[in-house]
Design a protein around this ligand. Structure first.
Ligand SMILES: Cc1cc2nc3c(=O)[nH]c(=O)nc-3n(C[C@H](O)[C@H](O)[C@H](O)COP(=O)(O)OP(=O)(O)OC[C@H]3O[C@@H](n4cnc5c(N)ncnc54)[C@H](O)[C@@H]3O)c2cc1C
Length: 424
């Protein structure tokens, strides 16, 4: 098989890859930039939450890949199967090899069902749904539920858009209420963490939303198994035994069926929405670019402020695949992309100083019902980082109709017309 050489090779034409490619070309149209991606469609995944609640058309979340490739950028429709950063080369599934001067890594992440027993067989049928997998099926399950137990949950791995599992829960709760089913459906939210949201200013509002919908919230619940035949979901409580009583929260404590001595929990479901376990793509996990050990094992090892690889100075990473201690979102990518572009061009021009310009910004548009949204913006260490301009007009820690309009209309427009074109 033949080798080809390119100046800047970008792995993945998703949110990160396309945004960065477009920004490179805006800076200098003579740069030789290629995007490698096997997919023939590009998705605006952030709207899948709304698709799952029947308020956005799935077709409007997808576009043909060729339509989002920036002018002057070459798209190689192939999958990267391995990376050899010592030789500045990537191997493609077709057998072709591409040599590069500079590499940008942005292949997103994968759903790894093997980490929860029974999940691979259970998903997408029998009421087991996920907006991360098939948001149209979520909507089918939701609108067909007439009563029983609706469980919303998430795996204990890092996941993209950590707020997405609760957004669909609030929309579902609002849907049940609007359709006279609020008394017939019990909603439970078992999560692996110890708080509903990491940033206290937003968590306060969300706890009020939980109370309003009568949701039973459970902390320290590690998702272990889905038994599709018995329609049961299994958890292990990970808190110390003295803390177990604190793992359960409900405004009305009578709805909690609590046995403080029990660490194995089995819940019956009629509807089960989950965020599946997620991991870096296998070719990344196996590469020299990933952490080989520790809590970040498998994710790409980059400087958390410059986004340059810690050992290979001609390699940068952004998006879901990067080991960054912040939420994995498209909003985070928007702030990471200019830092990657600026710093890679610094290296290209042999300028020593890199910009430590990324401070962990991420944002989660927390939809709390049809027509209601809390815009959670934050940076490293869970410090609130709300947009100053928006904050002049709106208290973004509170539920707001204007933020809902932003989510449903404003952000999709910005994504397709500004961000992917390197303008935002
Ligand atoms: C249900 C849901 C709700 C969300 N809500 C929001 C939200 O409200 N706000 C928000 O900001 N973000 C949200 N997100 C997260 C957001 O979509 C992602 O964080 C963002 O798309 C990450 O960009 P990325 O470039 O890292 O990965 P992606 O956009 O996923 O792109 C990865 C690309 O890499 C390609 N690829 C994979 N393997 C290979 C390979 N071997 N070789 C070459 N290419 C490869 C894929 O085909 C894909 O095109 C949500 C996501 C989901 C699923």
């Amino acid at each position: 098989m033949s080798n080809t050489h390119h100046q800047i090779v970008i792995i993945g034409a998703g949110t990160g890859g396309v945004t960065v490619a477009a920004q490179f070309k805006r800076k200098n149209k003579d740069l030789d930039v290629v995007l490698i991606d096997p997919a023939d469609k590009h998705y605006y995944q952030a709207a899948w939450t709304l698709v799952g609640a029947g308020t956005f058309d799935f077709k409007d979340t997808e576009r043909p890949m060729e339509s989002v490739i920036p002018p002057g950028v070459k798209w190689i429709q192939d999958a990267v199967s391995s990376i050899d950063p010592d030789k500045n080369a990537v191997q493609l599934a077709s057998g072709h090899r591409i040599d590069y001067d500079y590499l940008v890594v942005s292949p997103g992440l994968i759903n790894d069902y093997s980490l929860v027993e029974g999940l691979g067989d259970a998903i997408n049928k029998g009421g087991v749904c996920s907006n991360y997998v098939n948001s149209e099926y979520t909507w089918e399950v939701l609108r067909n539920l007439k009563g029983g137990n609706a469980i919303f949950t998430q795996a204990a791995t890092p996941i993209k858009c950590g707020g997405a599992p609760q957004k669909i829960m609030y929309l579902a709760a609002d849907y049940f209420r609007k359709h006279g089913l609020a008394d017939k459906v019990n909603i439970t939210f078992p999560i692996p963490g110890s708080v509903i949201f990491g940033v206290p200013e937003f968590a306060k509002t969300l706890m009020k939303v939980v109370d309003r919908y009568g949701i039973e919230l459970r902390f320290f619940h590690k998702l272990m198994k889905v038994d599709a035949e018995k329609r049961q979901v299994h958890y292990k409580i990970t808190a110390e035994s003295s803390m177990i009583a604190g793992c359960f929260y409900a405004l009305n404590p009578e709805i909690v069926d609590l046995d403080p001595s029990e660490t194995d929990v089995v819940l019956e479901y009629d509807m089960l929405h989950l965020a599946p376990p997620q991991a870096a793509p296998f070719f990344i996990q196996e590469s020299k670019l990933a952490f080989s050990d520790g809590p970040n094992k498998g994710w790409v090892d980059v400087n958390i402020n410059t986004l340059q690889h810690s050992q290979y100075t001609n390699v940068f990473a952004l998006g879901d695949v990067a080991a960054l201690p912040t939420a994995k979102t498209g909003a985070a990518v928007r702030k990471q992309a200019p830092v990657v572009v600026e710093n890679l061009l610094h290296v290209l021009h042999q300028e020593k100083e890199l910009s430590p310009g990324y401070h962990g910004y991420s944002s989660c548009p927390l939809v709390t019902g049809y027509g209601k949204m809390v815009l959670a913006e934050f940076k490293y260490d869970n410090v609130r980082d709300s947009d100053k301009m928006i904050s002049m007009f709106v208290d973004t820690t509170k539920e707001n109709y204007s933020m809902w309009l932003l989510k449903k209309y404003g952000l999709p427009f910005m994504y397709w017309n500004l961000m992917l074109k390197g303008k935002a």
